[in-house]
Design a binder for this molecule. Sequence first.
Ligand code: APR
Length: 251
Amino acid sequence: MPAAHERLAVLLSQSRRAVIFTGAGISTESGIPDFRSPGGVWSRMKPIYFDEFIAKEEQRREAWRRVFANSSGWVGAKPNEGHHAVARLVAAGKAVSVITQNVDNLHQESGVPPEQVIELHGNASYATCLACGLRHELEALKQSFLGRDMIPLCRECGGLVKTATVSFGQAMPSEAMRRAEAETLACDLFLVLGSSLVVFPAAGFPRRAKENGAKLAIVNREPTPLDGHADLALHEEIGPLLSAVVPAFPA
Ligand code: APR
């Protein structure tokens, strides 16, 4: 095993309570484009800010068009070897929680118990009413949107319905932020997988962990602003690396 991989294996074996923090980079090997790599989502479309979604029907229509055109590539994607290695670390009790910026549900689909996944930016697999919080399934909304050009409204209260993701300018989920802070301060190893670490407040957690005395390891194809603070920064593909470092635990 290369020395750098050995160092990650040692950090994992020495850890009693790790936190795994993931970004879009862990899902690109599932065919889901990330946001800031060349050809990433933001090079192809402009983000729709929360206040625009609220204020302008045209922006709501564009947001739902993107969802039902699967322009972000989430629908039908399957977990890859990186997700499965993370699930093995959780199953082995090495990592107690996965703090993710991703909304693709792939950590849950790879077998991480939902209660151990902390979704900072929500989840794209369903929608909620912004007024009363009622959950709405996308398939039903898709039929009325594509069939009768009806922009989704709450079936109970008539309020605006939006996918359960956190848009730029939208408040962060307070319970997820509270849990992420607690896990960040309780861990002795904070492992970042596939994030450019440029979007806050999420990107604040790795630094917080390091300042609190945890070891910080980063696996990311490109350098990140936190590499200089990390105990280990590996610029490699997550799937192959974790498959080598986190062998398949006995099933
Ligand atoms: N292996 C390792 N690193 C990878 C891989 C891979 N297979 N694929 C991509 N990467 C790296 C890229 O080099 C990039 O630095 O993953 C990083 C992904 O960074 P971003 O695209 O910025 O995604 P992320 O950090 O998750 O963005 C945070 O920004 O737009 C918002 O809400 C969105 O949650 C997202 C947030």
